[in-house]
Write a protein that binds this ligand. Sequence first.
Ligand code: FAD
Ligand code: 2HG
Ligand code: ZN
Length: 474
Amino acid sequence: MSVLDSEIVATLAAIVGAGNVLTGDDLQGYEQDWRRRAQGKALCVVRPGSTEEVARVVQACAAARVSLVPQGGNTGLVAGSVPDASGTQVVLSLRRMAAVRAIDPQNMTITVEAGFILQRLQETADQAGFLFPLSLGAEGSCTIGGNLATNAGGTQVVRYGNARDLCLGLEVVTAQGEVWDGLSGLRKDNTGYDLRDLYVGSEGTLGVITAATLRLYPKPAAMLTAWAAVPSLEDACSLLGMAHKHLGASLTGFEVMNQFALGLVDKHYPHLRVPMWQETAWCVLIELSDAESEAHARGLFEGMLEQAFEQGLVADAIIAENLRQAHDLWHIRESITLAQVEEGFNVKHDVSIPISLIPEFVREADAALAAAFEGIRFVNFGHLGDGNLHYNIQAPAGIDAKAFVAQHEERISAIVYDTVSKYRGSISAEHGIGELKLHKLPQHKSPTALALMRTIKGALDPHNLLNPGRVLSA
Ligand code: FAD
Ligand code: 2HG
Ligand code: ZN
């Protein structure tokens, strides 16, 4: 460590306490991303315990021109939360900032610090008699700060929207180390540019989120989950339309999974007993939240599924008998990502397409990829209700998956993203850009949009000290 490096580490230790500045072997969990696609090297990890400490850390780093990588649960899927390989960046972990600052039952809001774990937030809301609806597979370890910084989606977006829609206010430490207190909890505020929406989804490149005021919802009287085998993706889309019509605002989630994705879960986690996966090419998972009663919800679901059977949209279906069964069905859906890891390295594409065009998109992309790479396998699943597919590619069976991905990822993704652009879709629906998609953005975002983004970055972080090289190239 150079003298300058030692000086900055000592300065940070003076701010947060020596025990909250990690170096050496303690850094491992902070330097590698969840997918093991990026292995960085940090100067140190600093773990502030308050907004004031975050501000002082940012000021100290800005004065020394040392760049910072904000990190929450480190569950991001685009390698945006780990340091680069230079050994000069400071990881700013928000995990110690995990207090509930306020619950306002009448305003139906909760204010928590950025390091609050999402699952704890759901539980805290539940104990207060409310629902906090953001829900995703990593909820046991991701943080609300990370959720907002990535504008996370998950499985209840159909009804409640993305993380952005759940956020009524933010507290942010700017790149200069000033604190912006925007924790208003207001539902209406048209006093100029919307700073909150600027920071949401900015992936740590514009400011450090230290706290947020979030919407709470009334708990539904009943939640019901159905699993159905559907012959085709067209049928799944028609069923989604039917679900909107029959269930209205009660429709909270609509997920789709192809046979290969479910086959991977069956192969690697046979104890989960995946229902119906060999019956049809696709299965869907539908969730309904009812304000009246379980009997009412069941009636709605049964009516809809009867009609779907008659029209041939559904080949087989079950409605979970109880919460345990519903949980088991969701667990199967959430296990696809892990089953893919068990199967070996893969290429992920988190894309969105207008729902009406999804079957055509998949047909075209499947055909182009199958022609270019014999034997590749399609793990296609995701949030059909939001037009968001996880169109992932697994290497052909029996070959070295890591080598296959290293050799062919660029071309595979080029085929997928070119098809996405043809259908006017997005190359990142919910995971963000991070580092992995950085080089793809200029080909799929208009030069005007990119220039505006650069102007914003330059204005808010002129020395490029906050998560440099993520979202926009340095
Ligand atoms: P991190 O991974 O630590 O960071 C993510 C980004 O946010 C980085 O750029 C980081 O610099 C920045 N950041 C973190 N905290 C702050 C802060 N306080 N201030 C400023 N910037 C910050 N995502 C979805 O959208 N939908 C899903 O359904 C979904 N399912 C997943 C399932 C699994 C099994 C896994 C592993 C991931 C999944 N994800 C999903 C991705 C991931 O969980 C989300 O992106 C999550 O929001 C990241 O939160 P985190 O606290 O782990 O953030
Ligand atoms: C999900 O919806 C996540 O489960 C992860 O967004 C998607 O593994 C993936 O590609
Ligand atoms: Zn997802």
